[in-house]
Design a binder for this molecule. Sequence first.
Ligand SMILES: Cc1ncc(COP(=O)(O)O)c(C=O)c1O
Length: 369
Amino acid sequence: MKDSDFPLKPWLKGLPPYTPGKSLAEVRRELGLKGPIYKLASNENPLGPSPKALKALEKALPQIHRYPEACNQELLEALARHWGVEPQNLVLGNGSNEILDLLVRALVREGEEILVSDPTFLMYQKFAQAAGARLKKIPLRDYKHDLEAFLRALSPKTRIIFLDHPHNPTGSVFSQTQWETFLSKVPEGVLVVLDEAYGEFVRDPEAASGPQTFKSGYPIAVVRTFSKAYGLAGLRIGYGLLPTSLARTLNALRQPFNVNLLAQVAALAALEDKEHLKKTQETVWEGLDFFYRELPALGVRPLPSQANFLLVDCGQPARPIYEALLRQGVIVRPMEAYGFAQHLRISVGRPEENQALIAAWKKWLQGSS
Ligand SMILES: Cc1ncc(COP(=O)(O)O)c(C=O)c1O
């Protein structure tokens, strides 16, 4: 059999690989940079992991010849206490990505529909395509989810609506009132998934809250992660807050050891390290405020964000700016893959990283980069 002859599922042909932000090692190698490199491209925690998580990891390392717990009751109970829900409402995943994937695998048959915004977090599309589902894309309205257009797009074949909140890549949110009005009009049989990967960074008191909505009885799925505010992106752990029957199904469907031993112990320690979370939030909020002050002076428009990144409208093709920053060791995210050729997405870094970005941008503007 030739390589091209494998009887692939037809909908998997042309499935594109995910394009992650460039890693530090890649940039150093490709550009031969010697000086410091600042990665402001993947919305990671600028302060690094919690010191308590690092200690827990050190203690757990000699145990890695053992399988991890298939169902880490201690972590589930800690998360349940954290949100005021029952452990039976929780499912742990290999990153929150795995929860998104499991939801599609559990609920969507070939030919059925998934609704998402356009643009949005790119993995929803991949999971839909892997399931042979039809993806309906609802254009953003003023850089926000257009909830009314979602309702108009529903059909008897719709099974899941994915809403990233804050939205990636704009950082926008909707209010609790808008959200509850929307939910009251979604018919039974359609699961609404609120993906709050950046939920810990929300400052707007009016913004919708997934856990609060879940607790008030709406049968939604809320997805959260330890990759962002908790600084554990490299370990891969996230979770879903789900109606009990759905949680039971996902727990049966997932691989038994989907979350590795180190991720489990680090997540428990990180969740308990309130001080590190607070420091992280303050760093991000101060960084956002810094960018809101500095970026307009460079002739570009930062969009209001409730996440740990912000989208910047450069008013011109953004690729040359991206490349100029990269040559100076500052990695941001170009947005062509999201249909935003004039925009860059900047993850908030430590103060010196944020300053380095502004300095590099100024240098490019002066034509000397
Ligand atoms: C909106 C959104 N959801 C989910 C994820 C996945 O995060 P993880 O799988 O690391 O938990 C990301 C990561 O960038 C994201 O931006």
